[in-house]
Write a protein that binds this ligand. Structure first.
Ligand SMILES: [Cu+2]
Length: 275
């Protein structure tokens, strides 16, 4: 073979490798996902999420963050993952830059160290309905020191939050309550009585704008299920949940709505289920 032909052959081999390596890498990645997806679905639907931690601006994202788009465009922040009770979550967590830590404190998931170039795969069966915040447990946004750096650290850490919402198929409510929130009377009616495990629907109507941000409706110990914020005057909101915890709980405005409404309180009473 002539020297020229050898050169051409070498060039052809290099080009072929340049195409083959990324193609194989993508195919392998796809294969791994398919394997994750195909785990027998004993627990509802299996959802696979690729979550990438990005230190600056601090966020978890579902976008691919690699190469040029790391520099050129801002990935979209992952604010919420929504699934149904009984579904299985497969979270494949990576990092686009520095070490992050993935944690869902209320569910006892993590913290898992997520280092760049590696993936942490978490499988979780959603057995509790509610809203569970996830965040980054590392101070990750800057690895240096100094004022500017500390600023970014804070931004990054605070930005790396989102919420996992596990919804329950509840069916029609056993109890419906219509509550009006007003400046002069607070919550009307101010007491809601239900039995444990009742499906409760509460329709909240506001006649006040509070101090400009509307009013809120929240029940202590039920915050992960019931937290309506910023209901403007004239607006109505509804929500439905299972009263699974017995006891006497306080109804309050979770939006700062001025002294009168902030001082107004109601009661949510859940009678224990008969045995
Ligand atoms: Cu982080």
């Amino acid at each position: 073979m002539s020297a020229r032909a050898q050169e051409r052959l070498a060039l052809a081999v290099v080009i072929a490798l340049l195409i083959a390596v990324p193609t194989l890498a993508i195919a392998y990645d796809h294969h791994l996902d398919t394997r994750l997806m195909n785990v027998p679905g004993r627990h509802g639907t299996v959802h696979v999420y690729h979550i990438t931690g990005v230190a600056r601006p601090g966020m978890w994202t579902l976008d691919t963050v690699a190469g040029d788009n790391y520099w050129r465009r801002t990935p979209k922040k992952l604010k919420e993952i929504k699934v149904w009770l009984g579904d299985t979550l497969v979270l494949k967590i990576g990092s686009a830059d520095v070490e992050h830590g993935f944690v869902i404190p209320a569910l006892g998931i993590g913290p898992y160290r997520v280092e760049p170039g590696q993936f942490k795969v978490i499988r979780y069966v959603c057995k509790r309905a509610g809203s569970f915040p996830f965040l980054c447990s590392e101070v990750c946004s800057c690895t240096g020191t100094g004022f500017a750096c500390n600023l970014y650290k804070k931004e990054g850490h605070e930005g790396m939050t989102g919420v996992l919402t596990v919804e329950e198929h509840l069916g029609p409510p056993n109890v419906t309550a219509n509550v009006t929130i007003s400046e002069d009377k607070g919550f009307t009616p101010d007491t809601i009585k239900v039995h444990q495990n009742d499906i409760v629907q509460i329709n909240v109507h506001s006649t006040s704008n509070g101090i400009g941000k509307g009013v809120g409706f929240c029940i202590t110990n039920y915050e992960t299920k019931v937290d309506l914020q910023g209901i403007a005057a004239g607006d109505s909101r509804s929500f439905k949940f299972r009263a699974d915890k017995p006891g006497s709980f306080i109804i309050y405005s979770s939006t700062a709505a001025g002294p009168k409404i902030n001082a107004a309180m109601g009661s949510f009473i859940v009678t224990p289920a008969k045995k």
